[in-house]
Design a protein around this ligand. Structure first.
Ligand code: A2P
Length: 291
């Protein structure tokens, strides 16, 4: 967790004015935006070109951003960077990101206006703990996400290794409203329907996915925080699973700090121990970055 906490961020500090994104900037590590999708007034995803030399493991994150406003005294511009999980899989020729829009956030107040053809900064140094290498072999993998914490799992769900390693792949996603589930729901629907993905991953492997979306502030078929639904056994009843055990189950957690803390306690309660790249174990945790 330490690397994450060092560079984790919130988009809270106000800026006086949101500057438009210049179409072409003389920037180091520039990549070109190829597509932007706005999911809600709080959420958007976008794709950018991938530096040819960039290799990463599905689930990792990189620093991305824009040039900041010129310093009023010196006129110099500094890059404004934030950590973002790469939402696309390691084999994809482009990179995808999933972001919150914070209206007074220094970066996302501007980043939300990017359009195809614009440039962003991308530091090609991927890191992170939500990687298969940090987990010991198991039978079932659980991906637990809230909000934009879905991003690393959008990568891992499109990664063939996920299905080679596990017999079952359970993805839970808790959001405030139904519309905030759209990015994840659409991704899973398209993944299962896409011919190229069926060829790459295999239809029988895609059938391993169990998607468990829940909402907390708007009516939906399954309401409540995933933490509560794990505690009272609802998830296990719904999925027809005995429970979570260190012998069979592995977990990856990505959400707010509070969510991560609560999930850690729950998974430890089920007998799982936290892993890292240097010491694989039974679950791993990472903070969902912006927001
Ligand atoms: P809630 O509506 O009860 O706060 P956010 O949009 O604030 O990032 O939250 C995303 C989702 O994560 C919301 O549904 C929120 O539920 C849920 N959530 C927030 N904190 C926790 C937590 N500690 N444990 C479980 N779910 C949480």
């Amino acid at each position: 967790m330490s690397t994450l906490l060092d560079i984790s961020m919130t988009e809270m500090s106000p800026v006086n004015q949101a500057s438009p994104v210049p179409a072409k900037m003389a920037m180091p590590d520039a990549q070109t935006v190829t597509a932007v999708t706005h999911w809600t007034d709080r959420l958007f995803s976008f794709r950018v070109t991938r530096p040819q030399s960039l290799r990463f493991r599905s689930g990792e994150f990189v620093m991305i951003g824009l040039m900041g406003d010129p310093d009023p005294k010196t006129g110099k511009q500094k890059p404004l960077l934030r950590a973002y999980s790469i939402a696309s899989p390691s084999w994809d020729e482009e990179l995808e990101f999933y972001s919150i829009k914070v209206q007074d956030g220094p970066l996302t107040s501007r980043l939300q206006h990017i359009q195809p053809g614009d440039q962003i900064i991308l530091r090609p140094k991927p890191v992170g703990t939500l990687v298969h290498d940090a987990l010991l072999p198991g039978k079932r993998i659980w991906f637990f996400a809230t909000g934009t914490g879905f991003a690393p799992f959008a990568s891992l769900l499109r990664e063939p290794e996920t299905y080679e390693n596990y017999e079952q792949v359970i993805i839970t996603h808790t959001c405030r409203d139904v519309a905030e589930l759209d990015y994840g729901r659409t991704l899973i629907e398209e993944l299962k329907a896409d011919e190229m993905m069926q060829e790459l991953i295999g239809a029988e492997n895609l059938a391993k996915i169990r998607y468990y979306p829940t909402t907390t502030r708007e009516e939906s078929p399954k309401m409540g925080r995933i933490t509560t639904l794990l505690e009272d056994g609802t998830v296990f009843r719904d999925l027809g699973i005995d429970g979570i055990s260190p012998e069979t189950d592995r977990g990856m957690v990505c959400g707010s700090l509070d969510f991560n803390t609560d999930m850690k306690a729950l998974l430890e309660g089920f007998g799982l121990t936290e892993g890292a790249n240097s010491e694989p174990a039974q679950y791993v945790v990472e903070k969902a970055f912006v927001g």
